[in-house]
Each structure stands twice: as C-alpha cells, then as structure tokens.
Design a binder for this molecule. Structure first.
Ligand code: 13P
Length: 255
C-alpha cells in the first residue's frame, strides 16, 4: 500500500515571517492527520526556521533544488549535506521551471538524484510534457525520456526511494488541470514503464504525485484515481485555507 504524499511547493514566495505565519496555521489545521505524508517546500532562506518549527510534528520539510557537489567553489549552489543540516527531508529535482529557465536536463537531474540519495534525502523527481508536445502526440515519449534518463543507473533499492511527480507543464499555474482521466493515463503509463525498468513489485511501491493547478475543488477526483498517490501543489499551498482542505481530502484516501 503506497502512503499518500501531499507536498506544497512554495516556489519563490514567502519571507521568513510570512513562512512562519503560514506554517503556524497549517500545523494547527492538520495536527490530527497522521495517515499521510505532509510536506512543505519553502525557499532556501526559510528552510532552517521552518524545520525548527516542525521538529516532531506530522509535517516534513522539503527543498526546491540541490546541487550534486558536496562543497567547493560553486557560487550560489546548495549541497545535499547543507539541506540535511537545515532539517530537510525531501528535495524537488527537475521541476519544469528549472528545466525551462535554468538549463536543467535529464543528465543534471540524474546527478542531483544520486547526490540527494547519497546524502539520505528523499528526492521528488518531476517529469511532464509541454503543451506543444501533448498536442503533437508526444506526451508519452517525453515522459519516457524524463523517467528513463532521470533514473539511469539506479538500482531497484534506489528507485524505490524516489517519489515521481507528474506535472504537465500546460497545467502549471494556468488553472487548467489535467482531467483525472488524463492524469491517471500518464500515471499508469509511468508505473508500467517502471515495471519494465525494474519489476512489478518495485513499480507498485513507487509513489507518483500529480501536480498542476491542484485545488480544494479538484483534489478529490484526482486523488481517487488508482495510480495517483498524492499531489505536488503550487499556488494553493500558499494559502492555509486552500492547502488544509487539500490535505484533509487526501487523508480520506490514506485512511
Ligand atoms: P500550481 O499548483 O500553481 O499549478 O503549480 C504546480 C507546481 O508546479 C508544483 O510544483
């Protein structure tokens, strides 16, 4: 049985005081939910403060990116051990915004995944097609490319430690959610691909989140799909009044 995981990717939002306010409300609002994994993913600047607030609670902390080197002359980068030091458990790798604006490739994703696993972090690897790729009938080819090359060289044991987030680029921040059927079709495809790359039992253990305009209004239909094991939430994770209902609704599947 895969444990549901709901994560809020704050992207480049929230000062430290704003982050504290949001997490205080969230802590109160979801205190009784222990049957699913709940994760907040603040910007680097708030990680340490937020981790301190969440010690021994039911909410974990994630980072939005990581570098693959351990230390040295890499101005602006953050090492896996530094994230551990700041109390981080999860790390998002290969988000489409990083692929689109910051030159992230399958090769850099692969290196970052390795480094994160070596440091004992739990990576969330993002995959997903752009609008023109979907319209050109290439969605599955793109997903296959992201999954196979992102995970290149990983053992079964390592692969099982990775969460995959399917985020169709055309659904991110646009208000256009993939229909539950469209999302389930891709999630099922990813699971079948993982079964070919590893085996059925590994594929059945790996959690696959959906991301892209997830809201309190659509979480129920999405989370109830067989192969959807959670959500990576952007905009709606910045407001407690939206993120709490998403968590609560998802906990019904986790029950
Ligand atoms: P939105 O929920 O704002 O569409 O963002 C999704 C996302 O990119 C999460 O990583």
């Amino acid at each position: 049985m895969r444990r549901v995981i709901i994560a809020g990717n704050w992207k480049m939002n929230k000062t430290i005081p704003e982050a504290i306010e949001l997490v205080s409300g969230l802590k109160r609002g979801v205190a009784d939910i222990t049957n699913i994994d709940i994760v907040v993913i603040p910007p680097y600047t708030a990680l340490s403060e937020i981790s301190d607030m969440l010690v021994e609670t039911n909410i974990d902390v994630g980072a939005q990116d990581v570098y693959w080197e351990e230390k040295g002359a890499f101005t602006g980068q953050v090492a896996p051990s530094m994230l551990k030091d700041a109390g981080v458990k999860y790390v998002v790798i290969g988000h489409s915004e990083r692929r689109q604006y910051f030159g992230e490739t399958n090769e850099t994703v692969n290196k970052k995944l390795k480094a994160a696993l070596n440091a004992g972090l739990s990576p969330i690897m993002c995959v997903g097609e752009r609008l023109e790729e979907r319209e050109g009938g290439k969605a599955f080819d793109v997903i296959k490319d992201h999954v196979e090359n992102g995970l290149a060289g990983f053992s079964k044991d390592d692969a099982q430690k990775i969460v995959i987030a399917y985020e169709p680029v055309w659904a991110i921040g646009t208000g256009k959610t993939a229909t539950p059927q469209q999302a389930e079709e891709v999630h099922k495809y990813i699971r079948e691909l993982l079964a070919k790359m590893y085996n059925e039992s590994v594929a059945s253990e790996i959690r696959i989140q959906y991301g892209g305009s997830v809201k309190p209004e659509n979480i129920n239909d999405l989370i109830n799909q067989q192969n959807i094991d959670g959500a990576l939430v952007g905009g709606a994770s910045l407001k407690v009044e939206q993120f709490i209902p998403i968590v609560k609704e998802s906990a019904k599947k986790g029950a």
